[in-house]
Design a protein around this ligand. Structure first.
Ligand code: 3DU
Length: 324
């Protein structure tokens, strides 16, 4: 099979979800020698047109993945793939749920020019509702049909491990959700991914190139926040915190009450038994792990994140005292 992506260096695929051409070029000028590939998605392409992909290709020479999450009738899918091909992308993302016949047609159109990545499981909490139950089947179908690789949830290393075991060592796994959504590049790679997809944690960073370098090196800092809660892993640029909670039992009790509180007050909340994700009312996400640690992500800015990190325990307590 042809190589559609270069051998990994930083292992970062930059999700270039920048608002327009000028911001994209500003970010690419800074980051092109740090990242291994670029992923473009609808918002940028709808804004700037397909031709902009060609321009990125010519300017930076990096492989480009067109994340069009193709999922239509075969006649339409095939046209989209032809258009992607015409502007020099190296690979396309295709939803697994369209079924083997439609994927086979896409692979035929892609030929030796384009790699096909099958989307297996979406990273947001709702991804556990409908894509998780089928993610293994999508991966197995991708392996059976000889696709170039699969997308996997970088926020759930255990699931990457299971998918890697299922497809074997040869296919590529690209893991999205690294950084802003709480995924950690090194954890995804250790679990079997080849590359991590990183967007906001780079293009929204104060210094995008340094952010990319830091993510590639896996640099994390210890930073105590409040008594009883310590940040055991902190990435300023990815705006995510892994907290160790002490004492764990008291926290568990508090969280139980918090969940009850959210239910009573109909606050948007998802609780999944496998990795325990809470979607908080401010739309940040709290991942709870059985060892008592939790990870907060999706915070809109470092400043807000820090304030939230310091105060969240108190916030929950006072919310409950006022409202229960
Ligand atoms: O969360 P970030 O800003 O790092 O961007 C992630 C990119 O990966 C973005 O283009 C999004 O559409 C894509 N993606 C996911 O985040 C999650 C998925 O399950 C599939 C794709």
């Amino acid at each position: 099979m042809p190589m559609f992506l270069n051998p990994p260096k930083s292992r970062i695929i930059l999700a270039l979800d920048t608002p327009d051409r000028s911001k994209s070029i500003e970010i690419m000028d800074q980051c092109h020698d740090v990242v291994d590939a670029i992923k473009v998605n609808y918002p940028l392409v709808l804004q700037e047109g397909l031709f902009f992909i060609k321009e990125l290709k010519e300017a930076y020479g990096l492989p480009i993945i067109a994340d069009f999450k193709i999922a239509d009738a075969p006649v339409t899918n095939n046209r989209i793939v032809r258009m992607a091909k015409s502007c020099g992308v190296s690979a396309v993302m295709v939803h697994g749920f369209i079924g083997a016949d439609a994927v086979m047609e896409i692979m035929e159109v892609a030929g030796d020019d384009l790699g096909v990545f099958i989307v297996t499981e979406l990273t947001h909490p709702g991804g556990l509702e409908y894509t998780r139950p089928h993610s293994m089947q999508f991966a197995e179908m991708a392996a059976y049909l000889g696709c170039y690789g699969i997308q996997a949830p970088g926020t759930r290393p255990d699931q990457i491990r299971v998918l890697r075991e299922s497809i074997g060592p040869d296919m590529k796994i690209i893991a999205c959700g690294i950084g802003a959504q709480g995924g950690v590049l090194q954890e995804a790679i250790e679990a079997g991914a080849d590359f991590g997809i990183v967007g906001r944690a780079i293009y929204e960073a104060h210094d995008p190139k340094q952010a990319a370098i830091r993510i590639a090196r896996g640099r994390h800092e210890d930073k105590p926040v409040i008594q009883g809660v310590h940040v055991v892993r902190y990435c300023a640029e990815t705006v995510s915190y892994t907290l160790r909670l002490e004492p764990v039992d008291e926290m568990r009790e508090l969280l139980k009450q918090f969940i009850a509180y959210c239910k009573i007050h109909r606050i948007g909340l998802r609780l999944n038994t496998d990795d325990g994700i809470l979607l908080r009312k401010d739309r940040s996400i709290m991942h709870l792990y059985s060892n008592g640690s939790c990870l907060l992500s999706n915070m809109p800015s470092v400043e807000k994140g820090e304030a939230f990190g310091r105060n969240w325990l108190e916030e929950i307590r006072s919310d409950m005292q006022t409202n229960l």
